[in-house]
Design a protein around this ligand. Structure first.
Ligand code: 4AD
Ligand code: MG
Length: 430
């Protein structure tokens, strides 16, 4: 009977079939130790000369890493094994004997691995990240569904920029027309919130970022809740509960994946509400106290974010930003017109900005003046401006970067490992 490795617990003492691939092999005269992987886990199969047909023993001697194999054997409990089980092999069928698999288990450079991403995904850590990515996606959908949000799928082709014009990918859209790949579903989510009350988007977004940092992709996934009648504080509460829920769910269900990644789990266990909330000006003061140079009014760079995240060891919410460094749609702070009601959530351990969000400008005239001041094409935004003409209400939302969040949870230096096939400056293969 075919059994997946992660179901071995229900089959102790039974003879089962594992359908998978050879991950690694060690041989000692009359015995082969086969590390077998099947996508759900890795188990050691012990094959002894005499307990399997001679041809099977010889085939096992020849086969190299990533040979595809069907292995029959008895499931045995083994406290010393990382999986908790061992397979006493009785038969082996080799589907394809492989030699010279390009990715050996020892270290390769990042360029080589990225060029072999289609194979690199088979290695233990990469598979663990993909399982955690799946978990986080499920946790996100669950979180919003439990709170009565409606998932709203927003378009990828758009007529205008949401997050400024410098990072747009332009595409030919039939005769004469230009379209842009979306940088964010937010503007459409706002229309959705005024129709449905509480919505969220979950999809890929595109940014022609020329930056080659460890936190930037040109295609990444964003989750953007948008809530009618919510203010900045409401949305900060939501962001806090959201991050806690994601971390808790991974801790509860993907512990062995975190262990495979050698993640310091105690750092994730420490993540609990409330998160510190400080204004942009307070964050500036704090940086100076920490001995980090930061010019008043400047956006935070990676070193600033890392210093703030390290200082708190917890996601920190920074609110009320100078309007010059934030987007046109953010609501003017009623207490200081040079500021807007935006919030960034900076993650700990150098993970950088996980969330950007704000209360939106609901006043028609103020929004129009921001659109004009930034020289944005008013015609393309007509539909969006309509939202301020017909039943405008206070509303707020934010966007969480999926790969940034995974980079933090999985403890990866570079977020390119957190998406199956990363797209970056100078890389679009495989
Ligand atoms: O701060 P951003 O640009 O916010 C928006 O796009 C808003 N429209 C969201 C909203 O209010 N609905 O991007 C949101 C998040 C960032 O905090 C970061 O986590 C991620 O998206 N992000 C990137 N992730 C990977 N590669 C990039 N180039 C990214 N740019 C932003
Ligand atoms: Mg941002």
């Amino acid at each position: 009977m075919h059994v997946y490795i992660n179901d071995f617990g229900q089959h102790v003492g039974e003879e089962v079939q594992v359908k998978g691939w050879l991950y690694n092999k060690r041989s000692k005269g009359k015995i082969h130790f086969l590390q077998i992987r099947d996508g759900t886990g890795i188990v050691q199969g012990v094959m002894r000369l005499g307990t399997v047909p001679d041809e099977a023993f010889e085939a096992a001697k020849r086969m190299g890493q990533e040979s595809s194999i069907i292995v029959t054997g008895e499931v045995k409990e083994d406290a010393r094994a990382p999986s908790g089980f061992e397979l006493g092999v009785t038969a082996l069928e080799v589907m394809q004997e492989v030699h010279e698999y390009p990715i050996a288990l020892q270290e390769h450079g990042p360029d080589f691995l990225l060029s072999h991403r289609h194979l690199w995904l088979r290695s233990k850590k990469q598979a663990a990240i993909m399982r955690i990515r799946n978990r986080v996606s499920m946790a996100i959908r669950q979180f919003f569904d439990d709170r009565g949000f409606t998932l709203l799928d927003t378009p990828m082709f758009t007529p205008a920029a949401c997050e400024g014009t410098t990072t747009l990918f332009e595409v030919d859209y039939f005769e004469d027309a230009k379209a842009y790949l979306t940088q964010s579903g937010q503007l459409y989510a706002e229309a959705g919130a005024l129709a449905l009350g509480k919505v969220y988007t979950f999809g890929p977004v595109f940014r022609a970022e020329k930056s080659k940092t460890r936190r930037h992709l040109t295609e990444f996934w964003m989750i953007e809740p948008e809530v009618a009648y919510a203010d900045l504080d409401d949305i900060m509460d939501l962001a806090e509960a959201f991050i806690c829920h994601i971390v808790q769910d991974v801790l509860a269900k993907n512990r062995s994946d975190l262990e495979d990644l050698e993640r310091d789990i105690s750092k994730l266990e420490a993540i609990k509400a409330p998160f510190p909330r400080i204004s942009f000006d307070e964050a500036h003061e704090l940086l100076l106290e920490l001995g980090v140079q930061h010019a008043a009014g400047d956006d935070f760079g990676a070193p600033d974010e890392t210093a703030l995240g390290d200082h708190f060891g917890m996601p920190v919410m920074i609110h009320r930003w100078p309007k010059e460094i934030k987007s046109f749609y953010m609501k003017r702070d009623p207490e200081n017109e040079n500021y807007v009601l935006g919030v960034d959530v900076i993650g700990p351990e150098g993970s950088g900005e996980l969330i950007g969000g704000s209360q939106r400008e609901e006043d028609l005239d103020l929004l129009l003046s921001r659109i004009r001041a930034e020289g944005l094409p008013e015609e393309a935004f007509e539909w969006y401006i309509d939202l301020r003409r017909f039943g405008s209400v206070p509303h707020s939302g934010f966007g969480l970067g999926l790969e940034r969040t995974l980079g933090w949870i999985c403890g990866r230096e570079h977020i390119r490992e957190c998406i199956p096939f990363p797209r970056m400056l100078h890389r679009i293969y495989p």
